[in-house]
Design a protein around this ligand. Sequence first.
Ligand SMILES: NC(=O)c1ccc[n+]([C@@H]2O[C@H](COP(=O)([O-])OP(=O)(O)OC[C@H]3O[C@@H](n4cnc5c(N)ncnc54)[C@H](O)[C@@H]3O)[C@@H](O)[C@H]2O)c1
Ligand SMILES: O=C(O)[C@@H](O)[C@@H](O)[C@H](O)[C@@H](O)CO
Length: 319
Amino acid sequence: MKHENGLGAPSDSCAVVVGGGTMGADVAVVLLRAACKTWVVEPRQEAHGEIRRKVHANLEAIGKPRNIELLQTVRSIDDVDWSRIDLMIECVPEVLDIKRSLFKQLADKAPSSVILASNSSSFPISQIAEGLPTQGRMAGLHFFMPAHIVPLVEVVLGPDTDNSVAQALRAFMRRCGSVPILVRKDVPGFIANRLQHALGREAFSLIQEGIASPEDIDAAVRFGFGFRYLAAGPIMQKEHAGLDVHAAAAATIYPTLSNTAVPPPVLASKPQDGTIGMKSGKGFYEWTDETILAERQRYNRVLRAGLEILGDELPRIDP
Ligand SMILES: NC(=O)c1ccc[n+]([C@@H]2O[C@H](COP(=O)([O-])OP(=O)(O)OC[C@H]3O[C@@H](n4cnc5c(N)ncnc54)[C@H](O)[C@@H]3O)[C@@H](O)[C@H]2O)c1
Ligand SMILES: O=C(O)[C@@H](O)[C@@H](O)[C@H](O)[C@@H](O)CO
């Protein structure tokens, strides 16, 4: 049975992912693995073959290669048959004007039953939705890279988002095998990116101050407290440890933590210098084509092993 906002079973539903870049192609896999008919809108026609190849390989890896038949790639939102669509997930670049212009066009094109979601990493949905008549059916739907492996998705409510839209998205994403959480207030960065950036601010400040090397910071997280995160989040872990000890340590450490309002020079200089990580061959580490390939293979293998470990704790895909 269809939800009042148009989200029924994934296999009865039709979604559009607008933007077929890094995130869009992987978000399409999340939908297709639950047999949701999926259109990907990508203006770069030359990228369509690669999107299809990547989506197919990722479906094959989970034993669902035939679901690729449910994928359609088009160049423009004008090529979509909007009368058939239940859900739109925007995955265009993190530029406010691009997002606002897209949602403005969708206000005319997408019938009122279509839920309009944004995968923005940081913009409050109210900022993207400002002045639009579609505010009630707009919500954030924030995935993590790689979206087809990392289970979490944040459902972000703006002040005008209908609660039924958030509930429909939450139920739908669970059926796609994701772990949805609700972000009840429309703050920049939502929940997970606020946490990541709080950690990142301190990490980059420790490098800036010469207290730690990038290698040692990565080791401190991966082999120290980050290692425990697969088993327990930061609140649950302190239930194990004792909140008394944690509160005492917090009182000593908090006043000394970085509270800089801008990225420290060691980070801010990187985009200026063009040393932005694997994409440019150098970031905090040095890269060659061979080391990038090896690192990506190692990274994906460990992430997939993490999925195996979580196993029964994850929602079962329910097409
Ligand atoms: N990369 C990440 O780690 C990550 C994680 C979570 C969320 N996000 C968010 O997801 C969104 C997309 O990020 P990405 O990393 O996939 O970017 P990307 O640059 O890899 O992909 C964006 C795609 O959108 C296309 N595009 C540009 N304008 C368009 C338009 N008007 N209509 C349709 N397509 C258009 C581009 O051709 C490109 O293929 C951003 O808001 C980003 O903040 C990114
Ligand atoms: O970690 C992720 O994949 C996401 O939180 C992203 O939204 C994003 O690219 C962040 O890296 C931005 O800090």
